[in-house]
Design a protein around this ligand. Structure first.
Ligand code: AP5
Length: 213
């Protein structure tokens, strides 16, 4: 398998869900810029204070700020990383290559899905505030309502940007930025595509198969 992985896909396409499976089965370090930004917001750091309103509106946070955050949190020589949510646009794709990876190999996996299916996934998403396990009230609810199956935590959170208005905006931003990113990785011969509309374990099977090619 390649040393590092880059998960690309629309909001709600399942990047986070599949990343958690890859981490537990294949030992990658999950590096989600969304999670890093949410941690800054929770800490009320200067970066978090700048990012909060932008994230709630569904827009993208400034490229330089996110790049700095990413660099601060990765040690490429020590770990195999799975980048989730970065890059979001062609400028970030080039920065990842030139400033972060600097010659390290990486494969990009694109979670392809009809965007019309995603609103329902996002507005019904909940995540455990203690261990991060992701649920969906329609497709994969916890066994006991409001309680995490994994750690018993009773703090299942609804993200602020999973409200309908922000979701619509996030999907528009995705549509307007993804094409050059896909072309970039395609031209390098490192792009793999999986059908993200299938069931979670089927998508996971496709991801693992795509990495063997
Ligand atoms: P981020 O946290 O990265 O969010 P996102 O990319 O919009 O992706 P999501 O986390 O919403 O979805 P996902 O694909 O991980 O889906 P999940 O597995 O959870 O970014 C948030 C914000 O931060 C951005 O809008 C931006 O403001 C900022 N940001 C982050 N990175 C940035 C960057 N690089 N530059 C600038 N700004 C940045 O699944 C979703 C739901 O679907 C869950 O309920 C799950 O249970 C369910 N589900 C998953 N798979 C399936 C399946 N196969 N079938 C049925 N249901 C499924």
């Amino acid at each position: 398998m390649e040393k590092h992985l880059i998960f690309l896909g629309a909001p709600g396409s399942g990047k986070g869900t599949q990343a958690k499976l890859m981490v537990s089965e294949c030992g990658y370090n999950h590096l989600s810029t969304g999670d890093l930004l949410r941690a800054e917001v929770a800490k009320q750091s200067p970066l978090g204070l700048k990012a909060k309103a932008i994230m709630e509106s569904g827009a993208l946070v400034n490229d330089e700020l996110v790049l700095e955050l990413l660099k601060k949190n990765c040690e490429l020589d020590k770990h195999n990383y799975l980048f989730d949510g970065f890059p979001r646009n062609i400028s970030q794709a080039k920065s990842l290559e030139e400033v972060v990876l600097k010659g390290h190999n990486a494969l990009a996996v694109y979670f392809h899905i009809d965007l019309n299916l995603l609103k329902e996934r996002l507005v019904n998403r909940r995540a455990c505030g203690q261990c991060g396990t992701i649920y969906n009230l329609l497709f994969s609810p916890p066994k006991v309502a409001g309680v995490c199956d994994n750690c018993g935590g009773k703090d299942l959170k609804h993200r602020d940007d999973d409200k309908e208005e922000a979701v619509v905006n996030r999907l528009k931003v995705f549509e307007s930025t993804i094409t050059p990113v896909l072309s970039y990785y395609e031209a390098k011969g490192v792009l793999r595509r999986v059908d993200a509309s299938k069931k979670v374990h089927e998508v996971f099977g496709e991801v693992k198969k795509s990495l063997e090619k």
